[in-house]
Design a protein around this ligand. Sequence first.
Ligand code: ZN
Length: 256
Amino acid sequence: MSGKPTNVTAQLLELHLIESQIRGLTHRLDDAERTLKAQSKLLSDLDAQAAALRTQARQLEATAANDEGEVQRIDERINKLRDQMNAAKTNKEYTTFQTEISVLKADRGRSEEKALASMGKLDAIRKSLAEVEAAHADRKTFVDAATKERNQRRDEIKDRLDELKGQRKAAAADIPDRAMDKFNERVALGDEDIMAPLEEHDRRNREYNCGSCRVVVPMEKLNGLMGRGELTTCSNCGVILYIEAATRDAVITGKK
Ligand SMILES: [Zn+2]
């Protein structure tokens, strides 16, 4: 490792290189995290489906039990009336019991139909529940595998990552706030380049362009970067510019 960077651009570049290493290192872990999250979401969807089906099944079981209970109560009532009918003293009495029994028989038919309908629905719900439970068991094996993969990735990079995080902290410590803010602003953009080197555009005319968007960097910016390593951003794309040793030499040689 070289010594401490001597200007703000060099400080930022050091930080940038450490962060690039961290990103490279955590890339596979991030993939594994995303896979695990997606699989876990599918599993919890199945949990929710199963819970809803279990609630429906419980309600239908209660309804079916009620209807069956009603059929039994009617049967008991009918048996009682039959006894009374058989013991009837008059024709009128007999007919009254007979009428009551036929009314109850109609009620019984309706309750029995309701109970059968509830049982039919219950069977369908139980079948769906069994399917969801089987899908849940399958999905669980995916989640377990994804968890194992994530943990493995995390463990294998842990030491190196801790080391790099320590370096990042040390590298960031001496960077002035304004430069740090600019750097973080670029990082927050996500997909955009954070820093880019100057590239030779036309050596004879001492023209250099932004290594990210290729737009020519004005002479005063080039001078600021060459001289004191000032915080320099591309006016076109906003990337933080730095100068590589070979480019620096070429600029100096070209100046002669
Ligand atoms: Zn640019």
